[in-house]
Design a protein around this ligand. Structure first.
Ligand SMILES: [Zn+2]
Length: 345
């Protein structure tokens, strides 16, 4: 006999409680929490600094306390999802490498989560969680999507066949470490290898190329805003809008680097959609430089791929921003709950 999924719903109850899902997005600076409705809408959210909580156990305890306080008597928590940065061993659900979360390495995260909550639980890489949230927002069903996050580093989350895909070593979609330059002239990457995309198109690489371009064009004075050690890609976009040709050239060159890497990704997994997110989209869809950047990325993807891939691949800006992690973590929990329901039937 098929068992009902909502076993705590009594038959005499006039209407069943609303099922909500808890998303926990852990970063080195903050832990973000969100209660999410079935359709992915956020109904409550909260952020707390990570360092005082330190351990996975205390983060999970804090998150469950938040969820219990925010859940009304007409709601039930249907699942809990935990999104974390770094390289996640998806078989053992253990973090193998991470920056700024030293107490989390080699801890059995899924077991710790499952031990503290009585609902289905799941652990997911944060880039994959964000990609899953964008995938859901676009209603892509079984189709595939990649979310490329451009910032100090370059991350990428992948959803294949309607599910987050992490690969056998937790490294699927590590686009920042695809080699785009070879030989002795290729610049060293933070990972120890050379010529990787992140070295050229990460924020540090972009600013370094910009300063080199000014240094080799002595007639072209570097704007004051770009002389600061705190200069950002947004400052480059602002100067480009004012007509600085060196800034425009560097934005175009960055788009070619990013576009060629997306072309490789496109040829490899042939996704329906690739989205660009993060701080380094040069103003995004709100600015002319952001649109110029996007168009150049699109053109490069078309130029470097088969027409069946580049001609059909949608490349656009991401839409969920900083909320993507909690939404994606909660949606992964929802999927885990559906899987548990299916397996019990
Ligand atoms: Zn690298």
């Amino acid at each position: 006999m098929t068992r009902p999924c909502h076993q705590n719903v009594v038959s005499t109850t006039p209407s069943p409680p609303q099922t909500v899902f808890l998303g926990i997005d852990v970063g080195g600076t903050n832990v973000k929490l969100g209660l999410i409705e079935d359709g992915g809408q956020i109904i409550a959210q909260h952020a707390v600094p990570t360092p005082p909580l330190k351990t996975p156990e205390r983060v999970i305890e804090y998150a469950l306390s938040f969820a219990n306080e925010e859940t009304t008597s007409h709601q039930r928590i249907g699942g809990v999802g935990l999104a974390i940065p770094g390289i996640l061993d998806s078989e053992e659900m253990v973090l193998r490498e991470v920056v700024n979360l030293p107490g989390w390495i080699d801890r059995p995260l899924l077991r710790l989560l499952s031990d503290q909550c009585d609902t289905p639980a799941m652990v997911v890489n944060d880039a994959n969680a964000a990609a899953f949230a964008e995938h859901s927002r676009r209603g892509l069903g079984d189709r595939s999507l990649a979310l490329v996050t451009l910032g100090t580093g370059i991350g990428c989350g992948v959803v294949i066949g309607g599910r987050p895909f992490s690969g056998d070593h937790g490294c699927a979609g590590e686009l920042g470490h695809i080699a785009i330059r070879f030989g002795d002239d290729a610049l060293p990457c933070t990972c120890g290898s050379r010529g990787h995309l992140e070295t050229y198109a990460g924020a540090g690489g972009v600013l370094a190329r910009l300063k080199l371009a000014y240094a080799t064009n002595p007639k072209h004075r570097i704007p004051a805003s770009l002389q600061s050690p705190l200069a950002s890609p947004k400052d480059i976009a602002d100067e480009a809008i004012k007509g600085d040709t060196i800034c425009l050239d560097v934005i175009d060159e960055t788009a070619i680097h990013v576009g060629s890497a997306i072309g490789m990704l496109g040829q490899t997994i042939d996704p329906a959609v690739v989205l660009l997110g993060g701080a380094m989209t040069f103003g995004g869809k709100q600015s002319s430089t952001g649109i110029r950047f996007l168009e150049k990325v699109r053109a490069t993807v078309r130029e470097t791929t088969l027409v069946q891939v580049g001609g059909n691949l949608i490349v656009d800006f991401a839409s969920l921003g900083n909320d993507a992690g909690i939404v994606g973590a909660a949606l992964v929990a929802k999927q885990a709950a559906a899987d548990a329901c299916f397996n019990n039937s």
